[in-house]
Design a protein around this ligand. Structure first.
Ligand SMILES: [Fe+2]
Ligand SMILES: [Fe+2]
Length: 223
């Protein structure tokens, strides 16, 4: 990707990012986390383009601006009954078409299209099982965004927010194992060594992201 591309599309005033921030603030922050986590991982992996992963993270959920309120991260209270299957499933294709209409590079459009693969969409009503109809990740960059997205969401959905490194290890292992069992990574070029590396790195990054600080007294806050 060209230098100008980075400057233009990283600018928070760029219309698509601006719209995402204004209409779907929860998704906006989630996207930045996926971008930062994915970038941190990609930059230390061989044969991987970290900036492509960063952009993929930033724009992967751009299709949510069509119906932002259908997604938990943009709701004031989490409802266990509302599940707008059409809005949820279609954010992948909508995002892909939007990216294409802005002439995003093809590898970036493909990250958007593959970020859920054909996984089952999370639904509070376990009896209704619907799958995304995107493509399965088939490049190193697509694989990283795909896994980072699921791991970020899984950590976020943990009730206990005082998580320890062993909690992060459990969550990361569960997500990767479940995706592999579901054959979502059947087209990925990742080898066993890549997954092992990824698991360690995810645990380290999550631990840093959720670092604790000494409790601040009111006096310190006022200073
Ligand atoms: Fe998504
Ligand atoms: Fe996402």
């Amino acid at each position: 990707m060209e230098g100008d591309f980075y400057l233009r599309y990283l600018d928070p005033r760029f219309p698509l990012l601006q719209k995402l921030r204004e209409k779907a603030l929860g998704t906006y922050f989630h996207s930045h986390l996926v971008a930062e986590m994915g970038y941190s991982i990609a930059r230390v992996m061989e044969n991987t383009d970290p900036l492509l992963v960063y952009f993929g993270g930033l724009y992967h959920d751009i299709g949510k601006i069509a119906v932002p309120e259908a997604f938990a991260e943009n709701q004031d209270t989490i409802s266990n009954t509302d599940f707008d299957a059409e809005a949820i499933l279609s954010h992948v294709e909508k995002g892909y078409l939007l990216a294409k209409s802005f002439h995003f590079p093809k590898p970036l459009c493909n990250i958007i299209r593959s970020h859920h693969g054909t996984s089952v969409a999370p639904n509070p009503n376990k009896e209704i099982k619907v799958r995304y109809t995107g493509k399965k990740p088939s490049t190193r960059e697509e694989t990283i965004v795909f896994l980072t997205d699921s791991i970020e969401a899984a950590v976020r959905s943990e009730r206990n927010q005082k998580l320890t490194p062993s909690d992060f290890r459990r969550i990361v292992d569960e997500v990767i194992r479940a995706k592999r069992i579901d054959r979502q990574l059947s087209l990925s070029p990742f080898q066993e060594a890549d997954y092992l590396f990824l698991q360690e790195d995810f645990v380290h990054i999550l631990d840093r992201m959720h670092h604790s600080r000494p409790e601040w007294s009111r006096d310190i806050r006022k200073q």
